[in-house]
Design a protein around this ligand. Structure first.
Ligand code: SF4
Length: 337
């Protein structure tokens, strides 16, 4: 695209954004903390799901200091239902790093922002752009789709070469001034007009700059790994209005789950079966009624059924608990997320 066309492209995009851009809660702030929270939440998660979580999170933890003071239990509980809990742990670790190592001051440079826990190139650029109006490009799912179509780029975008080209295209188009509005406009164009399945080219404000031949076939990705099926067996052990739960490890580290069984009990039917996706896995969760046994005090704990609402439990296990504890329903009222 020539320089003249780049300028005309930005003008068309910004004119459209002024009329049709989305009014999202994190668009009304320049607070790096609030923007960082929105960016962590938006990774792998839709805007409509994020909005109530974002509002509640800022009410509960209004700044880095409040989040740094919170316990891991409270942080995971507030994140419960959003999935990919490593994001919550990284956000918590970032808050503690800002308070303990940087005297509460959030860094301004992209290089320093990238040194914080769990912050990659996109998130660092997003915060620099949306909080500090830095002239930096951003490439996320919406803008990647727009770029591949604008430039009719037909190589896999999840290859090293594909990623490099996307960032180069993004850098070529980003303006020196007001990158904040421009980057927001580009994201909204991808979310509202240049949508994945049936792009609305007929009403697209940048159609005259677009080289896509078959836009619905873009972007191209390497073939995704096949979904693997896994079976997990857990036990339900209830005693005197208490239930035995276990602290999870790995991806659900810090959350509470039904105690894991190494294998399904012989000659016993499960009392609950649920299926849920997890990254590229499809997991069948079986639950078996078990009698009280010797508990592993390092990992397991008796929890009062009427206090289950206040502890972090992953959605798949909470669904199982709600179903299985139906008889205790009056004691176990919870919000399903
Ligand atoms: S013309 Fe169509 S494919 Fe090209 S940017 Fe606009 S919506 Fe996307």
């Amino acid at each position: 695209m020539s320089l003249k066309n780049v300028r005309a492209f930005r003008r068309s995009l910004l004119d459209w954004y002024r009329r049709y851009g989305r009014d999202l809660p994190w668009r009304g702030t320049r607070d790096p903390y609030a923007i960082l929270v929105s960016e962590f939440m938006l990774q792998q998660t839709q805007v409509s799901t994020v909005i109530p979580y974002y509002n509640e999170w800022l009410y509960r933890f209004p700044d880095f200091a409040a989040l740094a003071r919170a316990s891991e239990n409270d942080v995971l509980h507030a994140w419960q239902g959003l999935g990919y809990y490593a994001r919550a742990r990284n956000l918590h670790a970032t808050a503690r790093a800002i308070v303990n190592r940087r005297h509460g001051r959030f860094p301004r440079s992209v290089e320093q922002i990238r040194q914080l826990p769990g912050i990659g190139k996109y998130t660092a650029h997003a915060v620099a752009s949306f909080a500090f109006n830095e002239s930096v490009p951003i490439v996320e799912s919406n803008t990647a789709r727009v770029f591949t179509r604008l430039f009719n780029f037909r190589k896999p975008i999840d290859s090293d070469m594909g990623r490099k080209r996307l960032w180069q295209n993004a850098a070529m188009l980003v303006p020196k001034a007001n990158a904040l509005t421009y980057n927001s406009a580009l994201i909204d164009l991808g979310a509202l007009v240049c949508v994945p399945r049936q792009p609305k080219c007929g009403v697209c404000p940048v159609k005259k700059f677009c080289r896509a031949k078959n836009p619905e076939t873009l972007p191209v990705r390497k073939s995704s790994p096949r979904t693997k099926r896994l079976i997990e067996n857990h036990s339900l052990i209830v005693s005197r209005s208490r239930i035995l739960l276990q602290k999870a490890d790995r991806s659900w580290r810090g959350l509470w789950i039904l105690p894991l069984l190494q294998k399904s009990p012989a000659n016993q039917q499960s009392i609950y079966k649920g299926i849920f996706p997890f990254t590229n896995h499809r997991i069948t969760l079986n639950v078996f009624a078990q009698r009280q046994h010797k508990i592993d005090r390092r990992l397991q704990r008796w929890i009062k059924i009427n206090s289950l609402e206040s502890i972090p439990i992953p959605s798949a296990h909470r669904r199982a608990l709600r179903h299985l504890l139906n008889g205790h329903r009056q004691n176990y009222m919870t919000v399903d997320r």
